[in-house]
Each structure stands twice: as C-alpha cells, then as structure tokens.
Design a protein around this ligand. Sequence first.
Ligand code: NDP
Length: 246
Amino acid sequence: ARPLDGKVALVTGGSRGIGAAVALRLAEDGADVAITYQHGVEPAAEIVAKITAMGRRATAVRAEAADATAVREAVETVVAELGRLDILVNNAGTGAMGPIGELSLEDVDRVLAVNVRGSFLAAQAAVAHLGEGGRIVTIGSCIAERVAFPGGTLYATSKAALTGLTKALARELGPQGITANIVHPGPIDTDMNPADGPFAAGQAAFTAVGRYGRPEEVADTVAHLVGPSGAYITGASVAVDGGLTA
Ligand code: NDP
C-alpha cells in the first residue's frame, strides 16, 4: 500500500514548477490529484495526462488565485469531481521585486491577493471538507525567514503572512486531527526563478550547499508532511533551502 492511497489532494498552481512536481509526487504516493492553474492550459493538461497514466484520477481547474469566486469554486469542483478532499497544497504564488518606492499599488494588491488572500480563501474553503487526517501545506519562501537581498519588501510581506496563517490554522484545526505546515523553499530551478537566470549565481552562493534546488526536492518534503509520516508535525516552518537561512 502507498501512503496516500484513497486520498484526494488539491495543488494550486500545479501546472508548472514546484506545484507540478508536488502533484506528480502525491500521485506516485497514491493520491488522486487536482491542480489549478491560471493560463497554462497545455502544461496543466500534460500533468493531468501523466497522473492518469499512473492509474490515479486527476483534474485541472482554471482558477486565478486573485479571484475569490474562482478559488472557492475550484475547491467545490474538486470535491464534486473527485468525491472528497484530504490535502490542500497552497502553492500558487507570484512576486514583484524592486525598491519599495518603485512598487505600484497594483503590485501590492496583486501580490497580496494571489499569495495571501488566495491561500487564505483556499484554506477556508478546504477546511469545510477536510476530516481527521486532513493536511494543509503552504509554500512560503526562505525570504519569510531571512531577507538576503534588497528589493523583497512586498514578496517578503506576503510570504511572512503565510506563516501566521499556518500557525493559526494548526492551533484551530489540531483538535480535528488536521495539520497545517509551511514549507520555505530556497532558490528552486523553475520558470519563475531559472537556475541560469541573471540573479541565479548570487542566490546559489547564499546557500550552504552552493546550488539551486530541484522542484522534486521540495515535493519530497511536502509528501512527508501530507502522509501518515507527518501526523505529529503541525504549525511548523520547514526550510528546503540548501541552507540559505543557516
Ligand atoms: P512557476 O512560475 O514555475 O509556476 C507557478 C505555477 O503557479 C504555475 O502552475 C502557474 O500557472 C501557477 N500560478 C501562478 N500565478 C497564479 C495565479 N495568480 N493563479 C493561479 N495559478 C497561478 O513558479 P514556482 O514553481 O517557482 O513557484 C511556486 C511557489 O513556490 C510560489 O508560491 C513561489 O512563490 C514559491 N517559491 C518559489 C521559489 C523558487 O525559487 N522557484 C523560492 C521560494 C518560493 P500557469 O501555468 O497557468 O501560469
């Protein structure tokens, strides 16, 4: 038997990058998996096809994380299509970097709406369906723990807020047997932060291991937290950052 047999997981922003790696890993562990995406119809369909090929059920729901109605409806669609919900992985996220004086009101509203409000509303909608053994994992960032570069005011604000959400969820849901944790990735090679990008060398140098991480290395930790192995871990901030915050 696999650790997630019979479970249903929803991974927001699961069409590419870390979310896609998490979706595939949870399917390998036995879960049926739903993903959301914003524009990536084709990459989302590809992930669904890969999961289906593993013999699991899968579905992709277009849901802009800044759109409250879309986020709420996505959770209900997943429950309707896959029958239940056991695991929420709040992964969809965005960033706007730059000196504080150069960030627009639109930047502020967009980043907070996607990263903070979107995660909050997805958790709120999910909690109505989660039972004993339920799991919420939110993807934060190492910037919530250590701001190693200038230009991160808005992104750090948004990711640090998710630590508060996680701890409060852990307190509130613990009596129901539901855990909530936050995973803080360091520099991970994705479209958002490619390992050959202009700021990559500096980020790799700030880690202890001297390299970028792979999305699968984040997925391994998420799998641990959402499986039976994670039952006594809640309210925790787990770094998967190659020692960037060491
Ligand atoms: P990518 O840009 O590679 O992938 C982002 C995924 O999220 C895609 O599936 C995308 O869908 C989806 N998405 C983006 N914005 C929205 C939105 N507004 N509504 C719905 N879906 C959305 O990003 P990463 O995999 O690198 O990042 C994933 C998470 O990890 C984010 O929360 C990010 O902040 C965090 N993180 C990443 C780090 C890194 O170094 N890569 C480091 C620390 C944290 P679509 O295909 O439709 O665009």
